[in-house]
Ligand binder design. Structure first.
Ligand code: G4P
Length: 524
């Protein structure tokens, strides 16, 4: 590989930003973009967040999705690095989407509200990162407000998430009493309020001593913070870059996104330790290295109708090896089709731009006329290359769905097909009649589905709740309708694999007792 391309690849830092809704993900993203010069004023990304709407807020769904394009993947340059931020929906009903996004990154930044600590959604996402060995960086936000004791937050992080934590900085006071952060990594204090830039950082000695007279010393929290730092030095985790890379230790940063305190410090330290593009696994268990000569990538997200006027669809590709050049021919290995990549785009903070060159680690968008599916591999090399398949969650909620107007079946089928391809919802069919059923992880997915069918495909639908079910896959040879009863139902998934939907835990146990030879499988 040419040296210059190798350098380009090394300069990439591609990460997902994740949080429980309201922890401050949007605010911090905006600050990061400001540092990178990608936007000029705060407020640009605001309101674009996905997943922060009330259940019945149809118009919001529409509005947010319409503009969430530019905020779902953003690129900016900082300190010789090219940074790709991938936004994720905070709402748990869309965790499948978040999971797929995590497949496309090399690290994750988790934003936590200092007053709330670990919230349920954070816990789930953290565990996903741990499972996949993705390095996690933690930003404990809203220091400008009264929050929980930092020691408490750190131990909660370690206990609940079963991960080591290494505080990179430590707050001196909080809320109205916030004076600054002790920056352990750079041996200095970052002051919260300062007259001019020269006063922002006050150096500490190697032993964390503050020489000379400084106003921060007057804070009642100063001595306490210094004592806690000593405690962390003696009894806390050691800074271990390898453990960070394996996702076993999370560097923790304290700050306030809203007050723009600690964010720049976070960013400049993050780029030092966040991994550059990592190898990606194939279905066959091989590794594709980012510096491999031939271009390859996979599709992790499809977003439709981003611009309503054009009814377009964009397939988001994570480049895994080589470099992309506009107009190149690639193979879509699922179909064996050759496709010319002419119409591709890259995402800046508030705009999309035509991209003519991109390398491993970058995310590009391909205008899609129906060629792509989530999980597809495209490559210039081996026609049999298939990147690891996208994880699917086992849905828990089911609905029967049909078109209200039988004359509009075409719209209905097109809508269902495209929304399923996008991964917005899962499709199942009854074993013989082939009636459509939708499976979802969260209720909101149904609501978005109905809204979009109506608005984008002009298809009014009838949805009949089937309630909560436990879905279990079986081997094709075990698919026998005689095994179905009024407590379980045999259906097909969209790939025609047989699945049993059980009423409840009891029905599932009853089935396994009666049919010990039928193996049942669960997705994640
Ligand atoms: P999200 O994307 O994770 O859902 O969170 P978002 O950034 O939208 O922040 C949620 C709320 O928390 C917002 O207030 C935001 O202004 C506030 N916030 C974010 N970071 C900080 C911080 O460091 N300190 C304080 N005090 N507040 C913070 P909001 O009133 O819900 O929204 P808005 O009216 O400000 O847009």
């Amino acid at each position: 590989m040419v040296d210059s391309i190798q350098k380009e690849i090394e300069s990439r830092k591609t990460f997902a930003i994740i949080s429980h809704p309201d922890a401050g993900k949007t605010t911090i993203t905006e600050q990061l973009l400001l540092f990178g010069g990608a936007i000029r004023s705060a407020g640009t990304v605001k309101g674009k967040k996905s997943g922060k709407f009330a259940t019945s807020d149809w118009m919001e769904i529409e509005k947010q999705r319409g503009i969430s394009v530019t905020s779902s993947v953003m690129q900016f340059d900082f300190d010789h690095y090219r940074i790709n931020i991938l936004d994720t929906p905070g709402h748990q009903d869309f965790s499948e989407d978040t999971y797929r996004t995590l497949m496309a990154v090399d690290s994750a930044v988790m934003v936590i509200d200092s007053a709330k600590g670990i919230e349920p959604q954070t816990m789930k996402l953290f565990k996903v990162c741990r499972m996949r060995g993705i390095p996690i960086f933690t930003f404990i936000n809203k220091l400008d407000r009264p929050g929980r004791d930092p020691m408490d937050l750190i131990s909660e992080l370690e206990e609940v998430l079963e991960i080591g934590a290494y505080p990179m900085n430590w707050p001196i006071g909080m809320g109205k009493e916030l004076v600054g952060n002790v920056d352990r990594y750079n041996h200095r204090i970052e002051q919260y309020r300062y007259e001019d830039e020269a006063d922002r950082f006050i150096p500490l000695t190697d032993k964390n001593e503050l020489l000379g007279d400084h106003a921060v010393k007057e804070s009642t929290y100063f001595d306490q913070a210094m004592e806690e730092i000593n405690l962390l030095d003696e009894a806390g985790n050691e800074f271990d870059q390898e453990a960070i890379a394996k996702g076993e230790l999370t560097p923790v940063f304290f700050g306030s996104a809203l007050a723009n305190f600690g964010v720049e410090n976070f960013l400049s330290t993050f780029v030092d330790f966040a991994p550059s593009p990592q190898p990606r696994k194939t279905e066959e268990g091989n590794l594709v290295n980012p510096t491999d000569e031939k271009f390859s990538g996979f599709i992790f997200k499809i977003q439709a109708n981003m611009n309503k006027a054009h009814r377009d669809r964009i397939a988001f590709v994570r480049i895994c090896s080589g470099s992309f050049e506009k107009g190149m021919n690639v193979y879509l290995t699922r179909t064996g089709k050759s496709i010319k990549l002419n119409n591709s785009t890259q995402f800046m903070a508030d705009s999309q731009e035509i991209v003519s060159h991109a390398v491993s680690g970058d995310i590009i968008g391909l205008y899609d006329t129906g060629n792509y599916q989530i999980g597809d591999t495209i490559t210039m090399g081996d026609k049999n290359l298939h990147f690891e398949s996208m994880p699917q969650f086992t849905p828990e909620l089911f609905m029967r769905v049909s078109a209200k107007n039988v004359m509009k079946q075409k719209h209905f089928h097109k809508g269902v097909e495209q929304l399923v391809q996008e991964g917005a919802i899962q499709l199942y069919k009854s074993w013989h009649a082939g009636d459509y059923m939708l499976g979802a992880v969260g209720q909101l997915q149904f609501e978005v589905f109905e809204h979009r069918m109506n608005n984008e495909y002009n298809s009014e639908i009838i949805m009949e709740p089937m309630g909560k079910k436990m879905a279990r896959w079986i081997k094709p040879e075990d698919a026998d309708e005689k095994l179905a009863s009024n407590r379980n139902m045999l259906v097909r998934d969209r790939y025609d694999n047989p699945v049993f939907l059980f009423e409840n835990e009891f029905a599932l146990r009853w089935f396994t007792d009666k049919n010990p030879d039928v193996e049942l499988f669960e997705l994640i």
